[in-house]
Design a protein around this ligand. Structure first.
Ligand code: FAD
Length: 390
């Protein structure tokens, strides 16, 4: 292999480039990134960076002395891929032919329909988003967050710590219910309420009001919540539109085998844009978490270099963390695989507990809330005895 092009200059792209080098690839390595920035870490964007506790230099993903021999093409998007010929067309009108292609284009924040161009309405995915939101929060008194997923819950917590009056609107019964299950999500809802976030549950946002700038949010029960800033945390969509017509199989992400190989030889996909085959569930599954990108980049690089013959180890259960206020939430596994969940340590009311999700008597997922040491032991246990879905 003489030329590998990596599309997407973020976590999964950089880590796969590094893994290609550490696995012996010595040819030309081109990384194409739509954003003008060198790879940076996204998790702090909703936490310490938004709070102003760290600066942009602290977000860098590359080590200071790192020199993996990458040719960077930044501020340029790939607009088309002919997968069979492995030829990329770029937004600057140039094209690149490669022997191997890594697709690591991540995901984009879903936007609220009808709010395009309305000042004071934000999503949070990129450094530029975080800069704009940080500036707006600096002069605001009130914030409404729409959506109680991780990004929404983290932004709500950070803004509260900055002293804003924060309302979190969640259409479901409790924030995070989709990921950690309803019982534990209800237990965790108190975390926000005890720290002064107003939770509004079970209603939809029907309209963001304001002429040039948002001044409020209207809910499906008729309530109008006045606000200075709105953040929509309503999920992310994989960046795969540019791959339509490429010859790759697409679904909710680029469809891959369990090693990251796509439907076309010589093309792998990794990170938030990729839906890898999960043999335990018999379906493709897209993981939108930092650790998934890290673990899978090594597997995808091996798959590309071996021409798809490398046999990946059984996938580890998905793991993620989230920091909200002074609370570290950690989760491994899939809540939906379980039929029971029990608190085995601590007390949800006290803000520190560990809950084990079981199918029958078999642990299939674990939630830790300010229980780092005990959670680490459970994490090791689940990683060495991977979960079989029932
Ligand atoms: P991305 O980081 O999305 O990068 C994809 C890159 O590809 C982008 O730079 C994009 O501009 C570029 N690109 C897209 N299309 C093209 C194209 N056509 N051509 C060229 N380039 C293109 N995970 C956790 O586990 N814990 C956390 O606490 C946590 N916090 C988070 C907080 C925030 C605010 C965000 C946004 C994410 C957070 N995550 C967290 C998730 C984690 O950051 C992602 O899983 C990770 O960034 C995925 O990396 P990626 O490289 O696959 O995609």
């Amino acid at each position: 292999m003489n030329t590998v092009c990596v599309v997407g200059a973020s976590l999964a792209g950089l880590l796969t480039a590094r893994a290609l080098r550490s696995q012996g690839y010595g040819g030309r390595l081109v990384v194409i990134g739509e954003e003008p920035h060198r790879p940076y870490d996204r998790p702090p964007l909703s936490k310490d960076f938004l709070k102003g506790a760290i600066g942009e230099a602290d977000l860098a993903l590359e080590g200071e002395d790192e020199e993996p021999g990458i040719e960077w093409r930044l501020g340029v998007a790939a607009t088309r891929l002919d997968a069979t010929a492995r030829r990329l067309t770029l937004s600057d009108g140039t094209s690149l032919a490669a022997d191997g292609v890594v697709i690591a284009t991540g995901a984009s924040a879903r936007t609220l329909p009808g709010t395009e161009g309305l000042a004071g309405v934000h999503t949070l995915r990129t450094l530029d988003d975080a800069r704009a939101l940080r500036a707006d929060l600096g002069t605001a008194r009130r914030l409404v967050v729409i959506g109680g997923g991780f990004i929404g819950a983290e932004v709500a917590a950070t803004a509260r710590e900055l002293g804003l009056d924060v309302t979190l609107v969640e259409s479901g019964p409790a924030p995070l219910a989709g990921v950690i299950g309803l019982t534990m999500a209800q237990a965790l809802a108190g975390l926000h309420e005890q720290r002064g976030v107003r939770l509004v549950r079970g209603v939809q946002v029907t309209e963001v009001t304001g002429a040039d700038r948002a001044d409020g949010v209207r809910l499906s029960d008729g309530t109008h919540l006045p606000t200075d800033v709105v953040v929509a945390g309503i999920g992310a969509v994989p960046n795969i539109a540019w791959l339509r017509g490429s010859g790759l199989e697409l679904g909710d992400g680029v469809l891959c085998d369990e090693g990251g190989g796509t439907s076309v030889p010589g093309v792998v996909a990794v990170g938030d844009c990729a839906a890898w085959w999960d043999p335990a569930r018999g379906s493709h599954h897209r993981i939108e978490h930092w650790t998934g990108a890290r673990q899978r980049s090594v597997v995808a690089a091996a798959s590309l270099l071996s021409g798809g013959t490398a046999r990946p180890e059984p996938a580890r259960p998905a793991y993620f963390w989230s920091d909200q206020f002074d609370v570290k939430i950690q989760f491994i596994g899939h809540a939906r695989d379980a039929d029971t969940v029990t608190v085995e340590e601590g007390d949800p009311a006290g803000g520190s507990f560990l809950a084990v999700y079981r199918r029958g008597d078999r642990p299939v997922a674990v939630l830790g809330v300010n229980q780092v040491r005990l959670f680490t032991r459970w994490r090791r246990h689940l990683e060495t005895a991977p979960v079989q879905a029932g």
